[in-house]
Design a binder for this molecule. Structure first.
Ligand code: OSB
Ligand code: MG
Length: 371
């Protein structure tokens, strides 16, 4: 497999409803897709972060530079850009896991398409469909939140995650429990909005039988999360703080988390995500697949990952319609609360050319062989 061309397509897809978290409000998914062309086939991926570095330190414009100026020259110098060689070739560039994940995933897609092998087979997935949870943003009022949760439950979602922040935590959780009962699988995500000084307040959440509280404290502060876990019955789950299997091993050893949210992009790609799954499984720690409001291009391989045996909790892998009126692939549709794991070669989906053209705002050629 020879690398011939790499294109970057900026896309902007309006969200069906604004998504508010403790770090900001998103009204559209603005990111880029990578299209790699080899002498055999092509491959696609989606950069997972946003135009602003508010969820994580990486952002769209920065990632474009990192891929073009630092990652691609290293990958293009390889005899073949196969997955086994690509990650080691990029390793001398510090950090930038989401940028690395985008390039690695597009190349892996091309490689697997050449073999006729799906992501699910490559990763070792064991399920044909995965249960779907939904992440519900911060709302202006509790009645508005209850209406949204009711609608998602009517659509079939099997687990609800509420975004929380100081001033929007105990009250919405209590209201959802009162309205929908104790049996509803329910969890919360603070996206780093609290400090250890809030431990007593967060202990108030222990009354509600939550599955977990996700990333309550600052990113990468495993020590503080371990101290908080000592004071909470609710399992702490880490998202932002886990960038590698080593991080997962440290966090589990310190009891800084009892659950891990695995986002392939945040950990540098799918092989890295698989390693976190393996480390967690070896410790009996459940994992689930997070999301970044991906289009179908990013969602498809996430569903394959979510079908690994250690993904024992429902993920944030929701249907296309939860995000977009129109997706750039054939839409993922919920059936009995589940989404199908793609079976076609590679990521298993392709952009719909006319829809992609309509949502593309700018295209850059990052690499052409021989130039
Ligand atoms: O913290 O899990 C998060 C979306 C964007 C950035 C960070 C997060 C989220 C979500 C939604 O919670 C996940 C999804 O539905 O894709
Ligand atoms: Mg999160």
């Amino acid at each position: 497999m020879k690398l011939e061309r790499v294109e970057l397509l900026h896309v902007a897809l309006p969200l069906v409803t604004p998504f508010r978290t403790s770090f900001g409000t998103m009204t559209s998914k603005d990111t880029f897709l990578l299209r790699v062309v080899t002498d055999v086939t092509e491959g696609w991926s989606e950069f997972a972060a946003d135009p602003q570095p508010l969820y994580c330190s990486e952002f769209v414009a920065g990632a474009e530079i990192v891929i073009r100026d630092f990652l691609l020259p290293r990958v293009a110098a390889l005899p073949e850009p196969t997955t086994a060689l690509v990650a080691p070739a990029m390793a001398s560039v510090k950090g930038h896991e989401l940028a690395k994940a985008a390039l690695e995933t597009a190349l892996l897609d091309a490689e697997l398409r050449a073999y006729g092998m799906s992501f699910a087979t490559f990763l070792g997935s064991v399920h044909e469909r995965v249960p779907a949870g939904v992440s519900v943003g911060i709302k202006n009022s509790v009645p508005e939140l209850l209406d949204d949760v009711e609608r998602y439950l009517a659509e079939g979602y099997v687990r609800i995650k509420l975004k929380i922040e100081p001033g929007w935590d105990i009250e919405p959780v209590r209201a959802v429990r009162e309205r929908f009962g104790d049996a509803l699988p329910l969890q919360v995500d603070a996206n780093t909005a609290y400090t250890l000084a809030d431990a007593e307040h967060l202990r108030g959440l222990d009354d509600f039988g939550l599955l977990l509280i996700e990333e309550p404290l600052e990113e990468n502060n495993l020590h503080a999360h371990a101290r908080l876990q000592k004071r909470l019955a609710t399992p702490v789950c880490l998202d932002e703080s886990i960038h590698s299997a080593r991080d997962a091993a440290s966090a589990i050893a310190m009891d800084a988390c009892r659950v891990v949210n695995v986002k392939p992009a945040r950990v540098g790609g799918y092989p890295g995500a698989r390693r976190i799954h393996d480390v967690a499984a070896a410790h009996g720690v459940p994992v689930w697949c997070g999301g970044m409001l991906e289009t179908g291009i990013g969602r498809a391989p996430n569903l394959a990952l979510a079908a690994l045996p250690g993904f024992t909790l429902p993920g944030d892998t929701s249907a296309s319609g939860r995000y977009f009126a129109e997706d750039i692939t054939e839409p993922f549709v919920l059936k009995d609360g589940h989404l199908p794991v793609p079976t076609a070669p590679g990521i298993g989906v392709d952009p719909l050319p006319d829809v992609l053209a309509r949502f593309t705002t700018r295209t850059e050629v990052l690499y052409t062989k021989g130039k």
